[in-house]
Design a protein around this ligand. Structure first.
Ligand SMILES: [Zn+2]
Length: 142
């Protein structure tokens, strides 16, 4: 049997959105900014930073991108292979105030963030069944 190389999927972080602390901010603003960035990082850890589909490599955004809206508000998927993504993001912060509200950017779910209808994590072997690897990779998260 042919050895299939595994792919590593990085989790998105605030820096992927260009978010960073201002160097000249006051100590209080630095402290609250760090807390906000930690909230953004926690939220984004459920997504990958890539602008291309994790499964088939299609470009997701833009006029000719392969993103297609789903029935649930803000959710969608790659129209080429069906891998799920989110197009609108509301990132919760302190005291339930959103840090970013309804921000439009397409990011696909990290493979470990996918759950079935019963809330159980989808095993990587099942992920290979649902989204057959299009470019000779297997789902493997390191
Ligand atoms: Zn795809």
């Amino acid at each position: 049997m042919r050895e299939i190389p595994a792919r590593v999927f990085r989790r998105a972080v605030s820096a992927d959105l260009g978010l960073a602390l201002k160097e000249d901010a006051s100590e209080d603003d630095q402290r609250s900014g760090m807390a906000d960035l930690a909230s953004v990082d926690a939220y984004l850890s459920h997504f990958c930073p890539d602008a291309e589909c994790l499964n088939c490599g299609a470009k997701l955004g833009g006029m000719f991108g392969s993103f297609e809206w789903g029935l649930t508000h803000g959710e969608g998927h790659c129209s080429n292979c069906g891998y799920p993504a989110r197009g609108y993001h509301t990132i919760p912060g302190r005291e339930h105030k959103p840090i970013l509200n309804h921000m439009p950017f397409i990011r696909q779910y990290h493979p470990e963030a996918l759950r079935d209808r019963d809330g159980r994590r989808i095993s990587l072997s099942r992920l290979n069944e649902v989204f057959p690897p299009a470019d000779a990779h297997e789902w493997e998260v390191v």
